[in-house]
Design a protein around this ligand. Structure first.
Ligand code: HEM
Length: 403
């Protein structure tokens, strides 16, 4: 078997990454690892096999949400969440929330994201790209999709920041903060039931009250998932993307030379090279499944390393090289199959606009602290990313003569 290539281990990747990811060259396509829960799980490291496993209905998310199932992370999945369902329950729920995430609906949000990005950058010569750029952009976008009133976007961002530890990195604080976020979500749902309005919250409240298509637990879990999954992932991915570009100045200069032309391809390559969520959710085999030389037994758990799949030399030419002009930059960063990221188009649009506007406003972008001194989210976090990313917004390219 030809091993996937993640050279020098994962050394060039910033954290946190799970301890059990193989760091040496030569990992097999499917390897047994021990998760922090103490459970033994199978890890798929290859691109093609990863794709096929993620579409294989013999591997179940619902079985992975059962209390006794082996788990890759100490935080147990909510059995009522969209992410924990198999078809046909999954298909029914996903159809209810799909509409605002279609390419057409997302295109309608782009101008608003661009105006906000420009406002956030205007008139400044320095900024923390996490708390002052990625966070407000991400909060406003997901709140707009769901129908959270504008006056409450900052309140949501503060609650979500503490609940998820996006800039605090503080795990002790997260229990009470999660309760506060859940209470706020409950309040949003009650309001949407009284006055549904046009947005997702209203549509879900109607499905709950009128059609009975949604149970109370499903409704709460869905809103929670959309707010959380739509928030911290985009923030972490933008932070990781900018750090990666600062570490590859020639790639940053290429982007800055034609930001609006290069940004879409740059985003795909950055998603491939530095995926914010390095692993898929856990699946549990419903029956014995042979994967190459390995047999995954019924009841055993399996996870796809999206990071390793993105570096598999059989699927990507010269995978270790960051090349923002790579076409196509194929990756598994949004997963694949039935559970493929619902917000992929939204995330791509946010990243493209945020990066293009940043590169246009500050082609000479420089970090204010050495990148090696950046603080990162804690290893328990499912989503990785820097806690802060202070930069100078320099309008002229380093070394260029101001014109
Ligand atoms: C760069 C940003 C993002 C990345 C890398 C990302 C990644 C992922 C991945 C890998 C999965 C599937 C995991 C699996 O099947 O094992 C997923 C699912 C999901 N994502 Fe994202 N995501 C991002 C942004 C968003 C945004 C902006 C939203 C907006 C609400 C979102 C909502 C969801 C939802 C609802 C699911 C579950 C879908 C289902 O179970 O059917 N994500 N995401």
């Amino acid at each position: 078997m030809n091993p996937p290539h993640l050279p020098s281990g994962t050394a060039h990747q910033h954290g946190p990454l799970p301890d059990f990811l193989p760091t040496a060259d030569g990992a097999a396509e499917v390897v047994p690892v021990v998760a922090p829960t103490g459970d033994r799980i199978w890890l798929v490291t290859a691109f093609d096999l990863g794709r096929s496993v993620l579409t294989d209905e013999r591997f179940s998310r619902a079985a992975a949400a059962a209390p006794e199932a082996p788990a890759s992370h100490p935080m147990r999945p909510d059995p009522a969440a969209l992410t924990s369902l198999d078809p046909p329950q999954h298909t029914r729920l996903r159809r209810l929330v799909n509409h605002p995430f279609t390419p057409r609906a997302v295109a309608g949000l782009e101008e608003g994201i661009r105006r906000q990005a420009r406002r956030l950058l205007a008139g400044r010569d320095r900024i923390d790209l996490v708390s002052q750029y990625a966070m407000p952009l991400s909060a406003a976008t997901i709140c707009r999709v769901l129908g959270v009133p504008k006056a409450e976007h900052t309140h949501f961002a503060d609650l979500a920041d503490r609940a998820l530890g996006v800039t605090t990195g503080d795990f002790a604080e997260q229990g009470p903060a999660r309760d506060a976020l859940r209470a706020y979500i409950g309040e949003l749902i009650s309001r949407a039931r009284r006055a549904p309005g046009e947005h997702v919250l209203g549509a879900l409240a109607t499905a709950y009250d009128e059609d009975g298509t949604l149970s109370h637990d499903e409704l709460t879990a869905l809103v929670e998932l959309l707010l959380n999954a739509g928030y911290e992932t985009s923030i972490g991915q933008l932070g990781l993307a900018v750090v990666t570009l600062l570490e590859h100045p020639e790639q940053w200069h290429r982007l800055a030379a034609a930001p609006h032309r290069e940004a879409a391809a740059a985003v795909e390559e950055l998603l491939r090279h530095t995926p914010v969520v390095p692993m898929s959710f856990t699946r549990v085999a419903r029956q014995d499944v042979r994967l190459g030389t390995v047999v995954v037994r019924a009841g055993e758990a399996l996870v796809v390393s999206l990071l390793h799949a993105n570096f598999d030399a059989r699927a990507h030419r010269d995978p270790t090289r960051l090349d923002i002009t790579r076409r196509p930059a194929r990756h598994l960063t949004f997963g694949h199959g039935a559970h493929i990221c619902l917000g992929a188009q939204l995330a791509r649009t946010q990243l493209r606009v945020a990066l293009a506007e940043l590169a246009a406003a500050a082609p000479g972008l420089t970090p204010r602290t050495p990148l090696s001194a950046l603080r990162w989210r804690q290893p328990e976090a499912v989503v990785r990313g820097p806690l802060a990313l202070p930069v100078h917004l320099t309008a002229t390219r380093a070394g260029a003569v101001p014109g």
